[in-house]
Ligand binder design. Sequence first.
Ligand code: AMP
Ligand code: ZN
Length: 474
Amino acid sequence: MTIRLFNTMSRKIEEFKPITPGHVGFYSCGPTVYHYAHIGNLRTFVLADLLKRMFLENGLTVTNVMNITDVGHLTNDDDDSGDDKMERGAARDHKSVWDIAKFYTDEFLRDCADMNLLPPTHMPRATDYIQQQIDLVKQLEERGYTYEIPGDGIYYDTSKFPRYGALTGGNLSGNRAGARVQFNDAKRNPTDFALWKFSPTDKKRQMEWDSPWGVGFPGWHAECSAMSMALLGDHFDIHTGGIDLSRVHHANEIAQSEPITGAPWVNYWIHSEFLMDKSGEKMAKSSGEFLSLGVLKERGYDPMAYRYMLLRGHYQSQLVFSWDALDAAANGYKNLVRRVADLMADTPGEVDNTVYDAWHDRILAAVSDNLKTAEALVIIQDLIKSPDVNAATKIKLIEFIDRLLGLEFIDRAKKIYERENVNIPAEIIDMANARAAAKAERDWGRADAIRTQIDTAGWTVMDTPDGFKITKKS
Ligand code: AMP
Ligand code: ZN
């Protein structure tokens, strides 16, 4: 099937052609583990997951990498200044940097499992690739792209790379004008960035390493170039991240990598738009006020309701988070799950392969067309309602939809189905009959007492127009 994706580099929707036929390699900038991921971060990781699922359902094999940033990300990316985010997080939590890296990495992995994100093929940590980052800086130094700012670090000279900023239209003035920070005067150009930062002389950093330039730590951008090339080679298909990364982080990754590879490094750049908070601001970790998936779960939301909310939008459009919007998505999701549970109780019939193929292709075509998940969800609503598709065919299609969209319809519906269709013990049925008899005699007190007994035994009895219905309590 034709796959089309919006490429930030060309600013066009392009037909996707893999470098190696039948295989896709892609890299996604992962979380900085100094705090919980917020649900905006998760939006960007859902984009990477959807891409992977879409490729797999199109029959391609996938090697994908998502890094864990556990060093080098400073509070002020535009100027390579400010505090190390990890050291600041460690001070806040009264733990060591290594301990918070482990703690928030584990929390992140739990969020990924809850959001049903397929595990990436590789999940490298920046601190495990220090040597590769030093090697990258050495190669750039040999090619004349670096200079030293004494007492500060080794910097990349962006004037040596004419294509600098091509990802955002080559408009470098935006980098200067958009920054609300004081620029480091010692830099040759405002867009230059740190490749290696020296440790301060007056205090000891928790994370630091020896290098040919002195003790210090890598600049944040170095890790993604070093790890992606180590794991995917010098030329790979796709690089993803949030839209905020395109202007500086990804511009810098390209500038670091292409002088080494000597050729275009990545073919397609795919960026997710922001999740905004209700005041119209980008949800951000640094604001200190953000929603994690844990908060949503505490409030009783299934993470799949949030995933469903994301899929009802398009990854290239901003999405404003509100509890009302989440409620609406949760209800939409629950309704679909209810319909799937009902299908499980239906007379299945035989799978009709022709009907299956027609719906399968319509849904896959929508998602393969620049990830139009909202369109796919409309088709799915039609499928569920369609009187022309039997239950067995619908269930097989829902299994495919679960692989493609990761919404766990079958899992959630099965739980309902099993709860509603378990073997009901004879004594519970006897009690329910006794209650019905009491009601027929208008002995409401006795009927209520029996209902309480049934409830205490772990069952619920409900009255329906066709008589009573007994279900196991969840
Ligand atoms: P970080 O953990 O801050 O390094 O960010 C991890 C990923 O989340 C990056 O790809 C960011 O671009 C992305 N991101 C950050 N904030 C948002 C947001 N509000 N909405 C969507 N993606 C975001
Ligand atoms: Zn990155």
